[in-house]
Design a protein. Structure first.
Length: 322
């Protein structure tokens, strides 16, 4: 054999065995991943087997090196690319899930802090203010003959009454255990009455078919209450609506609650409805609904009305803790 042919033969042998070693390594790695439950590796092995079956009639050393090996290397490259992309997506999903867990834990801690704050205001500060007001009343006869002292005492009593009223308002906005004391339904009615008193517009109505104390877990009641409160607040602040309607109905057969908050205002931008550039309040509502096992749906209440399409926010949740 001429030296040139001998050199080419050696090169062919080297390429052949190198290709075989590479393909064998890829095969073994794919087998290990497939046995560990990697779905992508299983798909890759099936594709590889199909290609090998299709290539059997053409199988010989020469064209195997030039065609089959090259084709399988291309498949392997695509497989690695797919794994990389999928790994990146899984990492993003993990990151989102960690963010959700942090937000849920943050909400839980905030709720607990609010409970503590409301309890201390109600049990410690409130009695002290009442006692102070009684002491000031006892001083009134003693300063009746002193105009200046009576005036100062009257001013102090007025400021104390203002502070007491402000504290009661803070407790109303902060206190979550109001659901424990008066029930979920009465808490919603009190919430609507509170916003109606502090804002002339929009007119807020509440429709429900609930008993005074619906049989739902405390965590579900608190989350639903806070979602509805945030939705009403957003409607008052942003919608420029004349009417806001809150409805909550219980499906006894399925033990599910359906909540809708509808207004006739200017509507929300599509980006906010889809979750892009959404405010903290909307993000918090979405996460609270997700914890309840549902999904927050936001759409136009009257799509035909271009100027004032309004907003309809709805979600459902189970009466049982998920």
């Amino acid at each position: 054999m001429p030296p040139g042919d001998w050199s080419k033969a050696i090169q062919v042998e080297v390429i052949f065995y190198t290709s075989c070693a590479f393909l064998l390594t890829v095969f073994l790695v794919s087998m290990v991943l497939a046995l560990r439950g990697n779905q992508a590796a299983k798909y890759f092995l099936w594709v590889w087997a199909a290609l090998m079956i299709l290539a059997l009639p053409l199988m010989n050393r020469a064209n195997m090196i030039s065609h089959i090996a090259a084709g399988l290397m291309l498949v392997f490259f695509l497989y690695v690319l797919y794994i990389t992309v999928r790994y990146g997506m899984e990492r993003v999903d993990v990151s989102h899930e960690e963010t959700r867990r942090v937000l849920a834990e943050s909400n839980r801690r905030i709720d607990e802090e609010r409970r503590t704050l409301a309890r201390r205001l109600h049990d410690e500060v409130n009695p002290q203010l009442l006692l102070t007001r009684n002491v000031l009343k006892q001083l009134e006869p003693l300063v009746a003959g002193n105009g200046r002292a009576a005036e100062l005492l009257g001013n102090a009593s007025g400021m104390l009454n203002d502070a007491y009223a402000e504290m009661r308002d803070i407790i109303k906005n902060t206190r979550i255990e109001v659901i424990d004391s008066i029930g979920f339904t009465a808490a919603l009615e009190s919430l609507v009455a509170h916003y109606t008193n502090i804002s002339e517009k929009p007119a807020i109505t509440l429709e429900h078919d609930l008993p005074k104390r619906p049989a739902m877990p405390e965590a579900s009641a608190i989350s639903a209450y806070k979602i509805i409160r945030e939705a009403i607040f957003n409607a008052i602040k942003h919608s420029k609506a004349a009417q806001v309607r809150v409805s909550i109905h219980h499906n006894k057969a399925l033990d599910t609650y359906k909540v809708e908050i509808t207004d006739d205002g200017v509507g929300m931008k599509a980006t906010a409805r889809n979750g892009e550039h959404a405010g903290i309040g909307l993000i918090d509502m979405r996460e609270r609904v997700r914890v309840l096992g549902g999904a927050l749906k936001i759409q136009a209440a009257d799509p035909a009305n271009q100027k004032r399409p309004g907003t309809k926010l709805s979600f459902s949740f189970s009466g049982q803790l998920s």
